[in-house]
Design a protein around this ligand. Structure first.
Ligand SMILES: Nc1ncnc2c1ncn2[C@@H]1O[C@H](COP(=O)(O)OP(=O)(O)OP(=O)(O)O)[C@@H](O)[C@H]1O
Ligand SMILES: [Mg+2]
Length: 386
């Protein structure tokens, strides 16, 4: 993997440190990112490692090189002089995180102080009753259509009359601005960030707060901070549902979200292939372990519709979603066909449930929204006032 800033490979540039691998294929390493590095390097690194055969899980700790060096010196110092008084924290030498560029996006949500080291005790989740039911849209694997499902689900629920918010927990690759066609600095009123509106849905994305290609000032530990502030400091008003578009994998963001608040349900997206299903299974288990009920499975890119007969053609094999649903004993909430208009909708910021509601894909996503509402009502009762 190449770092354009250095004109060198990230491994050769010694940006990859502390690599650890377990026998069951879990990989963990530290990635040193300079303030001027592109944040997307993290995602590329993850994808590269995930693509290696046998790798079951990837965890990346993103650290500032100065902080890393200071931490290492501190560790060495501690070994050498265990009795000297005073303790050297890695952070005393940490380079200050760069402030977001430009006044328009320098919002109070992000103070530029370096993140504190993770505290050993997990924080107590905070309840936000006005946010309604908080639902994570997740998957084990990247690119299966989480963001697509999340935005269409949000738009479909809003069309059905629900009060809906959506936020992304994907600080390295926020998709919501593009997919919902909104991207500006949200106004701040009374110290609260006002979400943007798209298709009747309130939207908050880390993409609104940072410029595209902005250097990687968003360190790993900041994920927690961003999630907390999105829950706490955004003027969502009263919602029935808050959907959270998760990054791929079963890592920090998932953990941060369940530590930040009570998550009412997860929807796990998969594609029909067996490998994707294996990844999704890990995603399901992660939520189960943290006590989040999995509302069901969505099989995306399930089949292609024969344009002449309207009959399904299985492109990627079939039955994966059902197989997973059976295995973990949750319902298969929907099967969304492969349709180029879904991509177009994503690229032009008009979700297909709005742009082309008559298509098979839009109909599948619309009935998915109905199923999700039913599942939530079964579990938690019908939202007050509806
Ligand atoms: N049903 C579908 N038919 C055709 N294309 C689809 C469908 N669902 C998603 N796509 C396309 O697949 C690509 C990946 O989708 P998306 O970004 O929603 O996945 P993701 O799981 O959120 O990815 P990431 O893990 O990177 O966040 C996008 O280009 C999207 O338009
Ligand atoms: Mg996504």
């Amino acid at each position: 993997m190449h770092n354009p800033r250095l004109g060198a490979d990230v491994v050769a540039a010694e940006q990859v440190q502390d690599v650890a691998v377990t026998t069951d294929g879990k990989v963990r390493f530290t990635l040193l990112l300079d303030a001027s590095d592109d944040a997307t390097l993290v995602r590329e690194a993850r994808l590269a490692v995930e693509g290696v055969e046998g790798v079951s899980d990837v965890r990346i700790d993103v650290t500032d090189p100065a902080e890393f060096a200071a931490g290492r010196d501190a560790r060495r110092g501690a070994q050498r002089a265990a009795h000297t008084h005073g303790h050297t924290h890695g952070h005393t030498h940490a380079a200050p995180a760069a402030a977001p560029r430009g006044p328009a996006r320098a919002l109070p949500v992000m103070d530029a102080a370096p993140a504190r080291p993770a505290t050993p005790a997990a924080p107590t989740p905070v309840a936000y009753p006005h946010l309604g039911k908080i639902i994570a849209v997740s998957s084990g694997k990247g690119g299966v259509g989480k963001s697509t499902v999340a935005v269409n689900l949000a738009a479909a629920l809003a069309k059905q009359g629900a009060r809906v918010g959506i936020m992304d927990a994907d600080i390295y690759g926020p998709n919501l601005p593009l997919m919902l066609g909104v991207n500006e600095a949200p106004p701040v009123r009374d110290n609260m960030i006002q979400p943007l509106m798209a298709f009747g849905v309130k939207v908050m994305s880390i993409g609104f707060l940072i410029e595209r290609d902005q250097p990687a000032i968003w360190r790993g530990p900041i994920v927690m901070k961003v999630i907390n502030q999105f829950l706490k400091d955004v003027a969502w008003g009263e919602l029935d549902y808050l959907l959270v578009d998760m990054p791929p994998g079963t890592g920090d963001a998932q953990l941060s979200l369940v530590q930040a608040t009570h998550v009412h349900g997860a929807i796990v997206v998969t594609t029909p292939q067996a490998v994707a299903v294996g990844d999704a299974l890990r995603g399901v288990r992660m939520f189960e372990r943290t006590g989040v009920p999995v509302l069901g499975i969505v099989e995306n890119m399930s089949y292609l519709e024969n344009p002449e007969t309207g009959k399904p053609i299985a492109v990627f094999g079939s039955g994966g979603g059902q197989q997973l649903a059976d295995e973990v004993q949750v319902p298969l909430l929907g099967q969304v066909p492969l349709d180029p208009r879904v991509v177009e909708g994503g690229d032009t910021g008009r979700p297909i449930v709005v742009a082309a509601p008559q298509t098979g894909a839009a109909r599948a996503l619309t009935s998915l929204a109905e199923r999700v509402a039913e599942r939530v009502a079964e579990r938690y009762g019908v939202p007050a006032g509806r």
